[in-house]
Design a protein around this ligand. Sequence first.
Ligand SMILES: Cc1cc2nc3c(=O)[nH]c(=O)nc-3n(C[C@H](O)[C@H](O)[C@H](O)COP(=O)(O)OP(=O)(O)OC[C@H]3O[C@@H](n4cnc5c(N)ncnc54)[C@H](O)[C@@H]3O)c2cc1C
Length: 451
Amino acid sequence: MARPQVVIIGSGFGGLFAAQALAKADVEVTLVAKTVAHLFQPLLYQVATGILSTGEIAPATRDVLRNQANATVLLAEVTRINLASRVVVAEKLAKTVALKYDYLIVAAGAGQSYFGNDHFATFAPGMKSIDDALELRARIFGSLEMAELSEDADERRRLLNFVVVGAGPTGVEMAGQIAELTQHTLRKCFRRIDTTKASVLLLDGADVVLPPFGSKLSAAAKAELERNKVEVRLGALVTNVDATGLDVKYSDGRTERIASSCKVWAAGVQASPLGRTLAEQSGAGIDRAGRVEVNRDLTLPGHPEVFVVGDMISLDRLPGVAQVAIQGGRYAASKIRGEVSGHPVSEEFHYHDKGSMAVISRFGAVAKVGKLELTGFPAWFAWLFVHLIYVVGFKNRLTTLLHWVITFIGRARSERVTTEQQLVGRLAVKQLGEDFQPTIAGTLEPGKIKH
Ligand SMILES: Cc1cc2nc3c(=O)[nH]c(=O)nc-3n(C[C@H](O)[C@H](O)[C@H](O)COP(=O)(O)OP(=O)(O)OC[C@H]3O[C@@H](n4cnc5c(N)ncnc54)[C@H](O)[C@@H]3O)c2cc1C
């Protein structure tokens, strides 16, 4: 008899850990993802600021699963899911595949949200993918290069004004690293500009940084950022973004125009549109961020064969963090293993909070593990240890550690290459429009409209 077919959508934390947890199950696993790699998103900011290479945080999924005989990896974007006929349709370069499933795990994650102002994305890229990180790297280092060329004082000021929107972990880490670059790493690299005069601004509409960390750690994080020359402005709502700056409205009613060429958006997330497809077909609820309201065993209402995990779920206000996805992926796999082996798992999904941490500066971080709250070097050391464990692959762990030694002890950064393609690629593709399809030969064929 044919083995049950498990289709997994996504190669992030939820998808990959689910696939690995099915290694010994009597099933065939097909993991389909629109990106070739398993991306370790928490370290994207280190690619954007020249610390790590892309390969270190994004090993090829095909390589990670090469020894798992029951797993097949496909590179394609899922465009349709038909719950009634149990088929997933995925496309790549005008090629379409239809995948029949007995069990489906949807782990397609979340994208950036601009809260209805999608035009901000043109000028303030988010940080969700390798493309985003490389574009930001090109924008950050590129701003300094352009400032070195500029003869105009106003233009120079604008180019040396970096603005990060959103004071969650991503924004805090990003702002801290840009300040580290301008205050230390690049200090001696330019002749016509003084990079230590650059300003790094961190804006947030809330009145604290890192709200989920609690008031003590939030205050410690803000103080550490300011000590490292990041200006933190809270109660600051961004009302517009364009090529030369941002408009901000403060909670006391004041408005301000901030001139800046390099803006980073780290302010909101929106679950994959596949969530809406699932909700429409199953009658499941969906929240404002597009997350699907799943049953307590992570299945879709009326569909015990379909699991949704990670950033796509709305359940008990669970946060969009890696551990929710990892534990959800493993739990879904355990349910499938149980059913296939005739020992069904009746337990509901329980999330074990292993804590959260954010790096602010060289040797400075905040960490919250249960009731334990750490700041400074102990928090930074805990961060180093945890992140090394979760970087996938021994070789990646080794080279990541080497890069961290170079950066944290020597303050140097060895991944500073940027190209014009990285700078303009996203916007150029957008301008071409959807009626152009790239081919593997590198040409663009008009008329093949994507559906
Ligand atoms: C910059 C940043 C920093 C973060 N820092 C932390 C941190 O410090 N600690 C922490 O715990 N969490 C952090 N997170 C959150 C954490 O990374 C996510 O919660 C986690 O990645 C969610 O896992 P997931 O499997 O649900 O989705 P993802 O890891 O996002 O994976 C989604 C997968 O689905 C694929 N996909 C999407 N759409 C389709 C489609 N239509 N067809 C096929 N494939 C598709 C993608 O290619 C990807 O492989 C951070 C996130 C970001 C962006």
